[in-house]
Design a binder for this molecule. Structure first.
Ligand SMILES: C[S@@+](CC[C@H](N)C(=O)[O-])C[C@H]1O[C@@H](n2cnc3c(N)ncnc32)[C@H](O)[C@@H]1O
Length: 211
């Protein structure tokens, strides 16, 4: 990447001043070794949550609640179902949602693997799905996401560029191969989609039809 693009990328991140609660959730994530969405990515999630008019969202990968807070702060009408395998991270997320004044009825935190939980969610019932769990499981998560999204709903895949690994054909780790394949499939199959090089990359697609 040319240095001007790298500078612009860093500049976009630096402009986003996070409130104390998000900063606290980010600090807890760092303590637990969890990689939260970047400030610029979070800001984009917040505005997407707002302008999409989404009322029901599902997130794979609660972490300590950074991305969830951004989504919930984008719209007071949004309720969030969020899934993670790590109980300690979810405890931290629950605390930060409460400290942010988010009513408990607006969040449903489910501990478990996405591959076990997503199949239990009803068809065509959600307006927005954010996938930010295990990259190797992202293709399966995305398939489930397209089933549970209503037509016109928004699929978002975080870390869609895996910090440059997806763009480098020499990188063949299982997680890179999985995300690269998912990005290719979504871009080929979705009439309305975008791959945004922000943070670790954000893939956006509007659900048109269900399997
Ligand atoms: C990148 S972090 C999520 C960060 C979070 N979205 C944020 O920005 O604050 C990935 C999370 O996915 C969780 N995870 C990993 N594999 C999972 C799986 N199979 N199902 C559900 N969650 C999973 C991890 O425990 C971790 O908390």
């Amino acid at each position: 990447m040319s240095s001007d693009k790298t500078l612009s990328w860093a500049f976009a991140e630096e402009q986003m001043v996070e409130n104390d609660l998000v900063a606290q959730a980010r600090s807890t994530a760092e303590d637990l070794g969890i990689s939260a969405v970047s400030p610029a990515t979070g800001s984009l999630l917040r505005i997407l949550s707002s302008v999409s008019g989404a009322r029901t969202a599902v997130e794979v990968g609660t972490g300590t609640g950074v991305s969830g807070l951004y989504l919930l702060q984008g719209s007071d009408s949004l309720t969030l179902t969020t899934i993670d395998v790590e109980a300690e991270a979810q405890r931290a997320a629950r605390e930060v949602f409460a400290r942010a004044g988010i009513r408990a009825s607006r969040t449903r935190l489910i501990k478990g693997r996405s591959a076990d939980i997503l199949p239990r969610l009803a068809d065509h019932s959600y307006d927005l799905v954010l996938i930010d769990g295990d990259p190797e499981e992202a293709p399966g998560d995305a398939e489930e996401a397209l089933r549970i999204l209503r037509p016109g709903g928004l699929l978002i895949v975080a870390r869609a560029l895996l910090d440059g690994k997806v763009a480098d054909p020499a990188r063949r780790e299982p997680e890179t191969v999985a995300i690269r394949g998912l990005v290719k499939d979504v871009l080929e199959q979705s009439p309305l989609c975008a791959l945004v090089p922000i943070g670790s990359g954000l893939l956006l697609a509007q659900a048109t039809q269900t399997p």
